[in-house]
Design a protein around this ligand. Sequence first.
Ligand SMILES: [Zn+2]
Length: 364
Amino acid sequence: MKRESNSLRVVEASGPPSQLGFEVGSQCKDLAQQMLEQCQQELKQKYNIEWDRAKVIARKYLAFCQDSIPVYVEELQGYARGAKLSLDDVFTVLFNYYLGEKEKTWRGCTDFVVSANLTKEKHVLMAHNDDWDPKGADYLCVLKAKPQDAPAFITIADGGIFATVGLNSAGLGFGINGLSPNDTRVGIPIGLIARAVYGASTIVEALTYATLPHKQESDNNIVADKNGQIYDIEGSATDFELIYGIDGYVVHTNHYVTQKMRKYESDFRDDFNSIRRHMCSVCRYNRVRSLLRESEEISLQRVMEILRDHVNSPYSICRHVDETVEVGGYRPKTIFSSVVDLTAEEMWVCRGNPCSGEYHRYTL
Ligand SMILES: [Zn+2]
């Protein structure tokens, strides 16, 4: 199959929070404006919520961020200034971006991490397929940030500012995949939790930031370092459980796997599409574990092959649109695929499905 060349916009920024945010916002004005318009339209069309009302709701959540992680609010303020928007606009997009994802009632992404002693290159490799609304692919950037007084980091960021997977100069890597906890509340949106984790210098700090109190809810977070320490954090708004990669690898998709956290799974059993979504997660989880166990040799190339796997298509690791189903107007697919090489301090990223695109290499 011919593979398309589909690299991402690279955004570079440095300095104290406000300046760093401003530099990103200045380079991503167009994306910030498009995300704002899409968010406004969706809230109106789907939920009949006017933008002014959405901003009032979002301010309750902003108050928690100003209390707990003011430095990242400053960064968003700078971004808003650079993009010629208000902080209210930017924060409400951030808040609704993730709330919207939840209300679409599907959550995606497949992640796995393999320690150096299991790989051909003797490198720690963190793999991620990002499954979401195909429109989300239009807003993706590679953010290379050098914050003042904190580790430099590189991440795939929506609109250049909403951090997802990546790595930092302290040798830490971060993976994220969606969960649907049933204990959501007013608190810090998960988009800012991901950003906070990039400020960590050790695994201990990363685990602490990933489990901050007063969260609105939680994704599943994975943190690993170049020494081969791998932790998966199955979180909800009010609780968490850690899985340590004692066998040298960790896999996670979009359902709780620990006994402690299963009680936080949103009830899905009365809805056919929700049951199928759960089974899609279970099958991707088991498929990755089988492929890792059965691989004669795990290398960077083999990891990319696993990310291109089509067993159970379209509900496969390389996720495609199911043309027969439309849930709330959204049809998830893999919008980007990435492999963080913690040992080489680089990230390989393919925009769109990895079966039809090339991975491009980005460094800190
Ligand atoms: Zn594919």
